[in-house]
Design a protein around this ligand. Structure first.
Ligand code: C2E
Ligand code: MG
Ligand code: MG
Length: 824
């Protein structure tokens, strides 16, 4: 198809014009090579340019002005084409326009190319406008050309966009100076560059980080024209990168400071990768060590390798993060504690591996261990203390006991330790305890757990695969034998003993509490049976012991809440028949069981330590009672109070007595303290004799009670300041019928008198016995023959009755005697 057509017109007024055949073809006219009506192409011209073209055409005729008008023409099929209509005048000799001719050019291809170009430019502009990137150009002098469009952004960006300066003339961050100098050298050498990053600073101090790339542009002849390039705002990226850098550095630093290493295990490759820090924690070289399970096991202590493996299996199964502490061996040979955290690595809902951290917590663990040692060690003996014993025992019951084989729990109570401590001093007591700890360590298996759980109480746990009842008893007997050997200490010889209660686990207790309670019951049983012996727990006795302990608790309550009473038994002078005094005897009525004999509850009070308070109570009550009687005008009589050895051993007894005397105002000579031979079974003679001397010095009387029921060593009588000897009821009982007893009785009475002591016979129930005692020159008698112990309010009446009876007896005797005389 022709793209250029020719046309001419011969008159301004003509309504038709001539067109070349090409024109006709262009216009798709039917009548080529003939004049065509002007209206025809005009009708085809549908654009607003039609009037424009007409005006130019008219002006060409009128003023001789050539024209070129762009317009669109419709083809017969309705499609449009762009064309340019040119026209120019031809003048005649007068300079008048005689002809106008021209061409019509189909410019559709050009215009569509232009349109495409415009569209693509627009597209580019749109892309560039919406991206944070922009294009830039600089001239041969490197000055940036102003960015043609406005760019959103802070003052720093605007400075860059407004151009007029070389990049290195912009105000930049000081830290960029070096890089900027290199960049300038690149540009001046006309080298292309990529991703040069710098921070530009605006007038207001705002900043923008820019990454830019550019390439030099040269003319065809090689002249340097400048640069073209792109730039992007990477401020946010830079901020994020800086932050990431900081964080990474901080994390690395924290890892280094916190001695944390990390590891990563991938399930697909089965490989484990360690961080450099982890190698460092173990003193290993990353290049020379492959962290496989086989390679690492030898570095674990104990069963920690298996433990860690199990933990990892669990994490893989449950995806739950787990933590544990393990011990490993550093290549320097010293153990290290590592705190391990292990976590499943999950990708797309699947476990793909394990990641973990290992932190060297050796120092903390060491400190903990030191603290624990302090918290769980008895500083004196270096043995475990009570807290650790309890923990150990509890741990035993945490795992199935069968795992530990059989365990025997021994509770060891030292006999007479308190007395040694009180009499020889605390430092001797300390040396003695250290000695005991040494004996236990020596005698026991190194695996045995030994603890000091109280002042003079020790506990031992021994394991054996299959113990019978005898083995623990034999062991305990051996311990008792070793502990009973007198010890030479700087302060003197100390002789103690030991009593041991044993419980076998698990048969004697399914819980730690039960086990230690039953061992305690066994110990109690051993003490009851006379100390210095070992006793295996026996369930049969447990109930009886329980009852005793219950009795002890109730007795304590009675002491505290005034549930006790003192009864009085008269002591009669056999020569005068007068009641010279009373023995104060404790009475306790159990809330459920009713009256309980002191022979039952006194031993309990003694074994629980309650006797001290109990004894003080009686002492005070009896002294006050006698004071009341004196104040009521009754005759002065002595009051005898029983004293348990523990009261003396417990120290300061003489002060207690002095205080009671001072408080009650009882004359000291009216108080008699009855002591039994039990007082001397310990080896603290010093303490006992000084206390007795002090008591004697207070002016009070001392009586040796129950003589004849125990060892009856006369030695005490010669050495200690006793004023009276009380002959035990068992000795008096039957004297009327047993001649050998009578002989002994006579001897004892004579001996006592020889030593300056008076004699009281206890438990005379029969008049025959009273008569015999009188015949043996016994001074005083106390027994049912005269009166049972009676309550305080009856005592005076009973005493008056006894004296009246004696008076009457004397009168009868006198009467008989006088009668006999008169018979003579
Ligand atoms: P004891 O000190 O030898 O007291 C004498 C005991 O013999 C008293 O028993 C008394 O009732 C009993 N008795 C006295 N005459 C006769 C008699 O003719 N026939 C019989 N069968 N018994 C007689 P009681 O009161 O049961 O006291 C028993 C023991 O309990 C006392 O023996 C004493 O050792 C202890 N006791 C009692 N009260 C106290 C106290 O306040 N402190 C301490 N430490 N012990 C006490
Ligand atoms: Mg007595
Ligand atoms: Mg007695």
């Amino acid at each position: 198809m022709a793209r250029v057509a020719y046309w001419e017109s011969y008159s301004a007024a003509a309504t038709d014009f001539w067109m070349s055949p090409d024109f006709a073809a262009l216009y798709e006219f039917e009548t080529p090579n003939a004049p065509a009506p002007l209206a025809a192409p005009r009708d085809r011209d549908r654009t607003d340019d039609r009037d424009d073209l007409q005006a130019h055409y008219a002006a060409c005729w009128a003023e001789g002005r050539p024209f070129a008008v762009e317009t669109k023409l419709l083809k017969s099929d309705g499609s449009q084409f762009d064309c340019v209509v040119h026209g120019e005048p031809e003048f005649d000799a007068d300079g008048q326009v005689q002809r106008v001719f021209g061409i019509v050019r189909d410019v559709t291809p050009e215009t569509s190319a232009l349109r495409q170009l415009a569209e693509s430019e627009q597209r580019l502009a749109d892309f560039v406008g919406t991206a944070s990137d922009w294009c830039w150009e600089s001239g041969p002098d490197h000055r940036l050309l102003p960015h043609p469009d406005s760019i959103d952004g802070n003052a720093a960006l605007q400075t860059v966009a407004s151009g007029g300066k070389a990049r290195w003339e912009l105000s930049c961050a000081p830290e960029d100076e070096g890089a900027m100098a290199l960049h300038r050298a690149d540009m001046e050498a006309h080298r292309a560059f990529r991703d040069f990053v710098y921070t530009s600073i605006g007038d207001d101090g705002s900043r923008i980080s820019i990454s830019t790339s550019g390439k030099p542009i040269f003319a065809d002849n090689g002249t340097f024209l400048g640069y073209r390039g792109t730039a992007s705002d990477i401020t946010q990226l830079e901020v994020a990168r800086t932050l990431l850098d900081q964080r990474t550095r901080a994390l690395e630093e924290a890892h280094r400071l916190g001695k944390i290493g990390t590891w990563h295990h991938r399930l697909d490759t089965g490989r484990t990768v360690w961080s450099p820090d982890l190698y460092q924690l173990l003193g290993l070289e990353p290049d020379a060590f492959e962290p496989t399970y086989e390679n690492t096991t030898s570095y674990f202590l104990g069963d920690d390798a298996q433990r860690l493996l199990k933990l990892q299996d669990r994490v893989l199964r449950t995806s739950k993060t787990e933590a544990t502490d393990i011990q490993v061996l550093h290549t320097d040979g010293a153990p290290r504690d590592l705190a391990i955290i292990c976590k499943a690595e999950i990708a797309n809902g699947q476990i793909v591996g394990l990641v973990g951290t290992a932190q060297d917590v050796t120092e903390r663990k060491e400190a903990e261990r030191r603290l624990e040692r302090l918290a769980y060690t008895d500083p004196l003996t270096g043995l475990a203390n009570r807290a650790l014993f309890k923990r150990r025992l509890a741990e035993l019951f945490e795992a199935p006991l069968s795992e530990h084989g059989h365990t025997a729990l021994y509770l060891i109570d030292l006999d007479r330790f308190k007395e040694v401590n009180d009499s020889l001093g605390h430092s001797t007591g300390d040396s003695l305890l250290i000695h005991v700890a040494g004996v236990l360590r020596r005698e026991l298996d190194p695996q045995a757990f030994i603890a000091r759980i109280g002042g003079d109480e020790f506990a031992v746990l021994t394991h054996s695969p299959n113990p019978s009842g005898e083995a623990p008893i034999a062991l305990a007997d051996r311990l008792i034998a070793r502990l009973s050997v007198p010890v030479e200490l700087t302060e003197g010889e100390a002789c103690i003993g030991a009593t041991i209660g044993i419980a076998l686990l698990p048969e004697h207790g399914a819980t730690a509490e039960k086990a230690s309670r039953n061992a305690d019951l066994a110990l109690y049983m051993a003490k009851e049976a006379g100390r210095g012996r070992a006793q295996l727990f026996e369930p049969m006795y447990a109930e009886a012991v329980d009852q005793k302990l219950d009795l002890g608790r109730r007795l304590r309550h009675a002491v505290d809440s005034g549930g006790l009473e003192t009864h009085y038994q008269p002591q009669i002078d056999l020569k005068t028949g007068r009641v010279i005094g009373f023995e104060a005897l404790l009475r306790w009525s159990h809330p459920e069981r009713g009256p309980i004999s002191p022979s039952e509850f006194i031993p309990i009070a003694e074994s629980t330590g309650l006797i001290v308070d109990l004894g003080h109570w009686v002492l005070r009550d009896a002294c006050r009672q006698m004071r009341d009687w004196l104040d009521a005008g009754l005759p002065a009589r002595s009051i005898s109070v029983n004293v348990s050895p523990a009261q003396i051993w417990n120290g300061d007894f003489e002060k207690v007595v002095a205080t009671v005397l001072a408080d009650t105002g009882l004359p000291p000579e009216l108080l008699c303290l009855e002591l039994t031979e039990n007082l001397f079974v310990d080896h603290t003679k010093q303490k006992v004799s000084t206390t007795l001397a002090a008591l004697s010095k207070l002016g009070i009387q001392l009586a040796l009670d129950d003589f004849g029921s125990g060892y009856s060593s006369l030695g005490y009588l010669t050495r200690l300041p006793f004023n009276r000897l009380k002959i035990d009821r068992s000795f008096v009982d039957g004297i009327a019928t047993a001649p050998e007893k009578r002989k002994l009785l006579g001897g004892i009475i004579a001996l006592s008198h020889g030593l300056g002591m008076s004699v009281v016979a206890e438990g005379a129930e029969l008049q025959a016995e009273v008569d015999l005692l009188a015949a043996f020159d016994c001074d005083f008698v106390q027994g049912y023959a005269f009166s049972r112990p009676v309550a305080a309010d009856q005592a005076a009446v009973v005493a008056a009755g006894i004296e009246r009876e004696a008076e009457r007896g004397r009168e009868r005797w006198n009467a008989r005697h006088e009668g006999r005389c008169s018979d003579i």
